[in-house]
Design a binder for this molecule. Structure first.
Ligand code: HEM
Length: 276
């Protein structure tokens, strides 16, 4: 064999290094996000599930002002389905992205994927139904921004499904990543809110009495717009920038991961654990 074939030039080495750094930064972001989402899922199962098992549905209302309403069977069912599906989505979704599982158990990937798309769709549908019938505590702006989040989830779920059916796997992968981020919009809202408490030493940019204010409006839209914009930037960097661009993106992702981790810590210790 000609030794020329084994020679890796310095510029190739740099390319390999920057690609690896970027994918490692993305992997560290992903693992942190998944751990944070599983803590949220655990809280939902323990708090709402625990109360339901004990038949103490009134306990739901300690967190959700209109969670359980005596006699409102359809409304209560919508909330129950919403919460149950939220758990399924948050636990099962991330498994789809793990290549070892995908490659070794393709049938699991297909079934869990279908389950994810259907549950995400119905969780959003029930969410929009809850908004329309009961409203959110953030008022009309929050109602609109979270309903738009629900529409995006349904749209992206359809597109992700379509791309898998027509076997356009690169497009499928991109749509499921977008879907994964918008599905976690309500989680981003919570960690963003609790991060602001942590950094500010108390409520920031809103009136705690009414739960309204510019920062709440910003978070309501930012919960899906910011992650989506960053993801598009990531795709762009991955596909068509220089090594410098990739290393800059990796550094930015790393810094964002630290803040996200702080937000998870703040939400876990300040909101979820105290309720259990
Ligand atoms: C698909 C991803 C979603 C997940 C994982 C999810 C999860 C949850 C969880 C865990 C709660 C309980 C709140 C808590 O204890 O902190 C909740 C409540 C709620 N969610 Fe969602 N949600 C999702 C999407 C949506 C969407 C898209 C909407 C609106 C269009 C929505 C509307 C609501 C409403 C209105 C409540 C409060 C119910 C009440 O007070 O009666 N959710 N959601």
């Amino acid at each position: 064999m000609n030794s020329k074939h084994h020679y890796i030039s310095i510029s190739q080495r740099k390319t390999i290094f920057s690609n690896k750094t970027l994918s490692s930064a993305a992997a560290i972001w992903f693992v942190t996000a998944v751990l944070g989402q599983w803590i949220f899922a655990f809280y939902v199962a323990a708090f709402y599930g625990g109360a339901a098992i004990n038949g103490d549905f009134m306990k739901w209302n300690r967190v959700l002002p209109h969670g359980y309403i005596e006699g409102d069977t359809i409304g209560n069912m919508a909330v129950a389905i919403h919460l149950l599906f939220a758990i399924i989505i948050m636990i099962g979704g991330p498994l789809q992205f793990i290549p070892q599982i995908r490659n070794r158990f393709p049938a699991f990937h297909r079934w869990n994927g279908k389950l994810y798309l259907v549950t995400a769709f119905i969780a959003s549908f029930s969410g929009i139904y809850m908004v329309l019938t009961k409203g959110t505590i953030t008022g009309i702006t929050g109602d609109i921004s979270v309903s738009f989040n629900g529409l995006l989830i349904m749209l992206f779920a359809l597109l992700a499904w379509r791309m898998a059916v027509v076997r356009k796997f690169k497009a499928h992968e991109r749509w499921v990543l977008r879907l994964f981020l918008v599905v976690n919009g309500v989680w981003f809202f919570r960690i963003g809110l609790m991060l602001s408490f942590l950094l500010n030493g108390g409520p920031f940019g809103f009136d705690p009495e009414t739960f309204r204010g510019p920062f709440i409006t910003f978070l309501g839209i930012g919960q899906y717009m910011i992650p989506l914009l960053i993801l598009e930037l990531y795709f762009f960097t991955k596909d068509r920038t220089s090594n410098f661009g990739k290393l800059t993106m990796a550094t930015a992702l790393f810094v964002m991961t630290i803040f996200m981790g702080l937000g998870v810590f703040a939400a876990t210790t300040g909101m979820w654990l105290p309720r259990l």
